[in-house]
Design a protein around this ligand. Structure first.
Ligand SMILES: [Zn+2]
Length: 97
């Protein structure tokens, strides 16, 4: 890979404006009604400075379509068991001497 002088720079971070972004495949969680779903291998521009992930328009549309389909369970690659905590339990625990 060579970097030609005329090559367009990577897009700037939408959050902090840093030009230090890289393309990566990321994993993100979405709430769909009461279900939490995880989508892997989402192409995103990730900022090296602040960690902000941004998706291009085509990716946002594809995610919207998936949401519109209701994230059908039969299309899922795998399932995760997710531990659920209540902040109230935490607060009660902290109050003990
Ligand atoms: Zn940034």
């Amino acid at each position: 890979m060579t970097t030609a002088p005329g090559e367009p720079p990577e897009a700037a971070c939408t959050s902090c404006g840093s030009g230090e972004t890289r393309l990566a495949q990321v994993r993100s969680a979405f709430w769909h009604d009461d279900r939490l779903v995880v989508v892997e291998d989402i192409p995103a521009l990730v900022c090296r400075a602040c960690g902000q992930q941004s998706y291009d328009d085509a990716t946002v549309i594809a995610l919207d379509l998936l949401r519109g389909e209701g994230f059908p369970a039969e299309k899922a690659r795998s399932e995760l068991r997710v531990p659920v905590f209540s902040f109230r339990d935490r607060a009660a625990g902290e109050a003990k001497p």
